[in-house]
Design a protein around this ligand. Structure first.
Ligand code: MN
Length: 266
């Protein structure tokens, strides 16, 4: 009887399985790099669809996939966008219209952008409905506080005499100190209770919304970071996206751990 030698065939099969395994591992690792799809609300310029480049770059560098969300009053479209993202990031910009926190405008109120207020409020509402984590930077922090029922100082200098928060020319440098609550996710991520940060704002949180808590302050009492008590939200008044290429590269961790930063431990 003719003897069939299947040894070489088994050898080829074994090698094939190893190569398929390696290929799958490579695919998984490539896929795993882009961890989060991060929705970034557009800034509602009248001429183009845009978001500040520095935020997008920080997200890309951290391995995320930024998704620019166009302003729309189509609630179905907004719902679809929010379904497609893992987390929402609201960037810096103009002052929030004080009508949203039932206060008449101060003579020191800066530029407002009504279309952007409407859009970001709708975006926040949809994100909360779908329970997507939210992070905010600068105006992002302010509108999050207003959305959840808090109020703002319309102008720090005229209302509480706080100076030294408007330093637009030195955004890659730290210009004031903040003290971080040790019982916060910000502290867990950064591992420090004192941090030098940049500052480019003339408004700040006055009354914090009931569902949020202040987790960092300046020595003159200005709130510089907030976190949600039950809702997965976190925000800062300073600009980590500008500091990571300047004085405080350790802030990269906020972007790489975006989800941990926003989410509650529970
Ligand atoms: Mn500041």
């Amino acid at each position: 009887m003719h003897h069939l030698n299947i040894e070489p065939l088994i050898d080829i099969m074994k090698k094939t399985i190893v190569w398929i395994g390696l290929f799958c591992l490579l695919q998984w690792s490539l896929h795993a790099r882009r961890t989060l799809r991060v929705g970034v609300g557009e800034v509602c310029s009248p001429v183009s669809l845009s978001a500040p480049r520095t935020y997008i770059d920080a997200l890309l560098e951290a391995g995320h996939l930024p998704v620019l969300i166009p302003a729309t009053d189509n609630t179905h479209l907004l719902k679809e966008y929010v379904q497609k993202i893992d987390i929402l990031l609201l960037p810096g910009g103009e002052d929030v219209d004080p009508a949203y926190y039932n206060t008449p405008p101060s003579p020191y109120l800066g530029e407002v952008n009504g279309r952007r207020d409407t859009f970001e409020m709708a975006l926040l509402r949809e994100a909360v409905v779908q329970r997507k984590p939210i992070v905010g930077i600068c105006r992002g922090l302010q509108i999050i506080n207003v959305y959840f029922g808090g109020t703002l100082y319309q102008d720090l200098q005229s209302e509480i005499g706080a100076t030294g928060h408007k330093c637009p020319k030195s955004l890659s440098h730290s210009t004031h100190t903040i003290h971080i609550d040790k019982n916060s996710r910000l502290y867990q991520l950064l591992g420090t209770d004192t941090l030098g940060v940049n500052s480019n704002h003339h408004q700040a949180i006055k009354n914090i919304a009931p569902k949020l808590r202040a987790v960092a302050h300046t020595p003159d009492g200005v709130i510089e970071a907030i976190e949600g008590i039950a809702y997965p939200v976190a925000a800062v008044q300073f600009h980590p996206e500008r500091l990571i290429r300047g004085d405080v590269p350790k802030l990269k961790i906020l972007f790489s751990q975006l989800n941990k930063w926003a989410k509650n431990k529970k």
